[in-house]
Design a protein around this ligand. Structure first.
Ligand code: NAP
Ligand code: ZN
Length: 348
């Protein structure tokens, strides 16, 4: 075992503190990565704060990891020392079930293993990327194209794939009118990716405060959800809406913006349940759906797509001691548009 510096949550409420966590020795199928950049996802906050249930503290979160391969196991042929490597939300799955066979490891029937707070197949609790190093099964390590700015690539490992996957599944492309609700970490990636896919993109943010950014990043239209007129102006006009909001929203109001056969896809994962009036679905053969991250092959496809289209996240680089403050800013919707931790700042 090797101890690496990390930010650690002792419980659901106290600020995280600098300490060390253990990483396993590199096994035959493992890759050891020196972490360079680690994105802050709202899911990190939901998890530590207990929004989704009790957690196995002490816990280190972070699942948007970009680094350099430092060591590979004897049987690893897919990654080499010195390569750029990424780790997203998954570090293991059974590899045998129908869903794994289809490349949907995130829906593994025997339980996929999340990058943090999950019980790995060796019985240990996984610890995430707010750290200087990680050891991961080679099958769950992504290749980060050299042409992408390195720090801007980290958020692609969660925010990128979580928006790419449903946009692709529901056919975002030329002639499709795509709405993006919430213009934060996931939302800004949804805008960039949907635009690159050729869709007509409409942002639905709480206010018009970030409108210029939205248009610069690829939005064709930008509306404030605080203005009731928005819901009249856009009534029945969108084919696909990706809801990235971290809090409950008025589902019926957004369903009302869908044309016939339209789909509202929730990727936001608030702690509280949301209700809907089924009439909102019936009056337009509409679908209300959800989507969780994406499989490993699709994540690689997304990284290559982003490299081809020159798409990285808009990042604000922070040092380790700013992590707690950055969380408060994420909770206040004050992020443009992803905080990324510089892992060289973890040393005390
Ligand atoms: P984020 O950066 O905080 O963005 C969320 C955005 O939602 C905010 O920027 C804000 O956008 C809007 N918002 C926040 N509170 C709101 C409220 N009370 N009412 C209306 N709008 C509000 O968070 P994120 O990292 O993008 O994550 C978003 C959600 O997706 C979280 O719940 C996260 O856990 C979830 N998530 C899910 C998956 C998955 O696999 N499905 C993966 C990653 C994350 P505006 O300022 O533009 O209004
Ligand atoms: Zn995430």
């Amino acid at each position: 075992m090797t101890a690496v510096p990390a930010y650690i949550a002792a419980n659901a409420t106290d600020p995280m503190t600098l300490g060390t966590i253990e990483r396993r020795p590199v096994g035959p199928h493992d890759v050891r990565i020196d972490i360079r950049w680690s994105g802050i996802c709202h899911s990190d906050i939901h998890t530590v704060r207990g929004d989704w249930g009790p957690q196995p503290y002490p816990l280190t979160v972070g699942h948007e990891i970009a680094g350099i391969v430092a060591e590979v196991g004897s049987e690893v042929t897919t990654h080499q020392v010195g390569d750029r490597a990424g780790v997203g939300c998954l570090v293991n799955s059974c590899g045998d079930c129908t869903n794994c066979a289809n490349g949907d490891e995130q829906y593994c029937l025997n339980g996929s293993v999340g990058t943090y707070g999950a019980t790995d197949r060796d019985g240990t609790i996984t610890q995430g990327g707010y750290a200087t190093g990680i050891v991961v099964d080679a099958d769950f390590v992504l290749r980060i194209p050299e042409s992408l700015p390195f720090e801007a690539s980290a958020p692609l490992l969660c925010a990128g794939i979580t928006t790419y996957s449903p946009l692709k599944h529901w056919g975002a492309g030329p002639g499709k009118r795509v709405g993006v609700v919430g213009f934060g970490g996931l939302g800004h990636m949804a805008v960039k990716i949907a635009h690159a896919m050729g869709a007509e993109v409409t942002v639905l943010s709480q206010s018009l405060r970030k409108q210029e950014d939205g248009e610069r990043l690829g939005a064709d239209h930008y509306y404030a959800t605080s203005d009731p007129e928005t819901f009249t102006a856009l009534s029945k006009s969108l084919d696909l809406i990706i809801n990235t909001v971290s809090a409950p929203v008025d589902v019926d109001a957004f369903l009302g913006l869908l044309a016939v056969n339209g789909a509202l896809v929730n990727v936001g994962a608030p702690a509280e349940p949301m209700s809907l009036n089924v009439g909102s679905l019936l009056g337009g053969r509409r679908t209300y759906a959800g989507s969780m991250i994406g499989g490993i092959a699709e994540t690689q496809e997304m990284l290559d797509f982003c490299a081809e289209h020159g798409i990285g996240a808009e990042v604000e680089v922070i040092s380790a001691e700013q992590i707690n403050e950055a969380w408060e800013r994420v909770l206040a919707s004050d992020v443009r548009y992803r905080f990324v931790i510089d892992a060289s700042t973890f040393t005390a």
